[in-house]
Design a protein around this ligand. Sequence first.
Ligand SMILES: NC(=O)c1ccc[n+]([C@@H]2O[C@H](COP(=O)([O-])OP(=O)(O)OC[C@H]3O[C@@H](n4cnc5c(N)ncnc54)[C@H](O)[C@@H]3O)[C@@H](O)[C@H]2O)c1
Length: 392
Amino acid sequence: MNKVRTAVIGCGMISNIYIRNLKELFSIIDLTALSDINLTSAQEKAQYFGIEKVMTPAEIAEDKEIELVVNLTPAPAHFKVIRTMLNAGKHVYTEKMFTTDLNQSRELVKLAEEKHRMIAAAPDTVLGAGVQSAKYYLDSGLIGDVTGGFVSITRNQNLNSELYRFLQKEGGAIPYDVGVYYIGALITLLGPVKTVCGYAAPALYHEKELLYSENNPENWTIPGNNVIAAALEFESGALVTVHFNGNTAGSSHHAFELYGTRGRMEVGDPNTFNGTVKVTLPESETVTLPFTHGFNGMNLLEKKEWFDDYGHRGVGAAELAYAIRMKRPNRLSKEYGLHCQEVLQGIDEAARTGTVYKLKSSCTVVPLKPGYYSTLFEGTVRGDAERSLIEA
Ligand SMILES: NC(=O)c1ccc[n+]([C@@H]2O[C@H](COP(=O)([O-])OP(=O)(O)OC[C@H]3O[C@@H](n4cnc5c(N)ncnc54)[C@H](O)[C@@H]3O)[C@@H](O)[C@H]2O)c1
């Protein structure tokens, strides 16, 4: 199978793990070029990782050999970057959120259809061992039909935004920065959402504390709602309570529980690839279930990088690359990106108007085939998980 010539646009903090993985972990990808609005950033990363070319975004658009663009710019830049690359005939994998505006995302979906090009949207952790194994056990009927659930993530988003500065801008509030991992996982596990309702509160005004950086503004307020208490009604009939709270203290704390007609499942942190799956059935102890799938975060690459605990970042781009070669739909499709975004913006809308919001979009994330793993021989040798990306 011919490798897919790929370029990364946006060489900031998260790009290290992407560049390393796309270059060394996924054999379908030929990472030939790096780009950034600040070319020095791209040059530094190209030198460090040994990538052949550094190009401006315009040069990438003009390059006929580059088929796939991996967009790692902050959310406010996504619309223009994705539109330019689709117009240039490229397929695009984009980091979260799809865009910051639902109508812009709809425009991109339409454009991709017109251009016969695919978009894939983060989060790609839903292709990880944790969520894929949970899906496998749910589909096997282990806990029966899922009737309800509860997900929660709490963080001090103001303090985080001192370090991760893209959080100070649109897309930085907790629902869009982290909540989307939970929404993506829920959609992957339970299918499309039918309606949402809820309450919301904005982020708190923040004066810099000089804890992490001396180059921050004096003060800022993260745009958008930073606390959400919502309810989701899925097409399947499942009812799930959602609590995202960025106006609190301390480190991350999460919960992800699903309740079925035969038992209860706890899903590990969907912001990782290896969240443990625990099941409790009547008259039994709670048990941790084995992973049925690979991409468990153990990539076995020698060179460690920032965010190495997100070991398989880039799997969504690799899955898209196989979809291009196999001429099949990609799993983290434009419909998936749009549906995740509409659920979150639907909650904002429902909270603002005091009404129930009916989803217009829908999607299905086709599970990966089980039985392929990331390591062999007690975790000492790379396994065959990439093969699970080949088939539809
Ligand atoms: N940092 C994290 O922990 C993390 C984790 C997961 C996902 N993400 C997502 O990855 C994306 C990037 O995050 P980051 O932490 O690397 O941000 P960052 O601010 O460190 O880097 C973004 C880079 O994009 C470049 N850029 C901005 N606008 C551009 C444009 N129009 N064209 C070309 N380049 C442009 C900037 O110069 C910068 O180098 C965001 O969407 C974020 O939500 C970040």
